[in-house]
Design a protein around this ligand. Structure first.
Ligand code: PLP
Length: 400
């Protein structure tokens, strides 16, 4: 480069990619904690449970056995076979382990690969708002146009067909459907999902179905995979992972399932970026993910999330000035703070500084929910009790 070029400027494609607000909250909470403050975190989408015993033990054995070499780019073959069975049980859709399943470093890598593999500069990507912020940033990174599909809190954050019709154009390459949703906690109703899928078939749109919370559903809500609707298997990529259901955030293991022609494209991105996910982790998960003990431990975690959800709602009901959209899935609840005359951003910032409770202002997750904060109830019941007590005190003091 020319001698006066500033090497730290970086690529132009990053100019439109804002840093993550969630990270900012997490970093501030960590700084307060490091300073000795008793921070309670309702901000991270991270289960506080231990990874199931059989998965840990099998991984330790895999390491001892020396499974420390590369696997196939697609992933460790026994894990792909285990995943094919697991995905079929979850979604009712079957995928060939040889060519249609890919093991990735977290669902995050899968999202990155799918968007890089299919989205060109100038394409449009329809993203429900509010949603997991990564979708928007990856779209920006590709130089594509992120098109909002606004979700209405009054409608339980269910996407609406007419709104989708209004934003789909001939340039729409991809629709992202996150079900159950982060941050909304919404589980898409069958008839709604069916209509959306029918439109995607009609308008020839690819669907990235981020179904990482598929097993976290409550109160009789039923999860259905987008890929299970007529005409959808061939135009869907299911993205999921172990982080949430199996309490394995730090393992960085995820996966995707797609029909062979799509999987082949995605494989190319994966192959040249991460090569493969860590071998002994894949081997441990392959051996431990379906054992009876793992199934029991996962079921216990899911029951604990259901109790926590009930507890958070009960405590919120007792705080005048706060309302929420009842969640049926994942482990998030969207709380409306507008009756306090504050934005979600102000509420979240002051609550953290004054009461050491970390939440995420929903504005960081996409408009038009600037009056909301997201609470994650992936926290112990004890922390939920204490955090909600502090939130109650904070709101009372605002009123006084
Ligand atoms: N998709 C959604 C909707 C998420 O909320 C998250 C994590 O918060 C991810 C994907 C990424 O998960 P992983 O830890 O598997 O990368």
């Amino acid at each position: 480069m020319r001698p006066d070029y500033d090497l730290s400027v970086g690529a132009k494609r990053l100019e439109n990619v804002a840093p993550s607000l969630i990270r900012t909250v997490l970093d501030r909470a960590a700084a307060l904690r490091a300073a000795g403050e008793p921070v309670i975190s309702f901000s991270a989408g991270e289960p506080d449970f231990d990874t199931p015993d059989d998965i840990r033990a099998a991984t330790a054995r895999a390491l001892e056995r020396g499974l420390t070499k590369y696997t196939s780019n697609r992933g460790y073959e026994p894990l792909r076979r285990a995943l094919a069975g697991y995905i079929e049980r979850e979604t009712g859709v079957s995928y060939k382990p040889e060519t249609e399943i890919l093991v990735t470093c977290g669902a995050a890598e899968a999202l990155n690969n799918v968007i890089l593999a299919f989205v060109d500069e100038g394409d449009e990507v329809v993203i429900p708002q509010p949603s997991f912020v990564t979708y928007r940033r990856l779209t920006d990174l590709c130089g594509a146009r992120a098109v909002d599909l606004p979700l209405d809190p009054a409608n339980g954050f269910q996407p609406e067909l007419d709104r989708l019709k209004a934003v789909i154009t001939d340039r729409t390459k991809l629709l992202i459907l996150n079900n159950p949703g982060n941050p909304t906690g919404a589980v898409l109703r069958r008839e709604i999902l069916e209509e959306l899928c029918r439109l995607c078939v009609e308008r020839n749109v690819l669907v990235l179905a981020d179904e990482i919370y598929s097993r976290l559903v409550y109160d009789g809500a039923a999860f259905r995979s987008a890929a299970s609707f007529p005409g959808m298997r061939e135009r869907s990529v299911i993205v999921s992972g172990f982080s949430k259901t199996f309490a394995m955030t730090g393992w960085r293991l995820g996966y995707l399932a797609a029909p062979e022609p799509l999987a082949e494209r995605i494989l190319r991105v994966h192959q040249y970026s991460t090569t493969c996910a860590p071998t002994f982790l894949q081997a441990g998960v392959a051996e431990g993910m379906d054992t009876e003990r793992t199934q029991r431990q996962v079921a216990e975690m899911l029951r604990a999330f259901a109790r926590r959800r009930a507890l958070v709602m009960e405590r919120l009901d007792a705080v005048p000035g706060l309302s929420y959209v009842k969640p049926y899935g994942a482990f998030y609840i969207m709380v409306d703070v507008s009756a306090l005359g504050m934005s979600g951003m102000d509420f979240s910032a002051r609550l953290l500084e004054e009461k050491y409770v970390a939440t995420v202002p929903a504005v960081g997750l996409g408009e038009p929910t600037g009056n909301y904060v997201r609470l994650s109830y992936a926290a112990s019941e004890e922390n939920i009790e204490e955090g909600m007590r502090r939130i109650g005190a904070f709101v009372r003091e605002l009123g006084g």
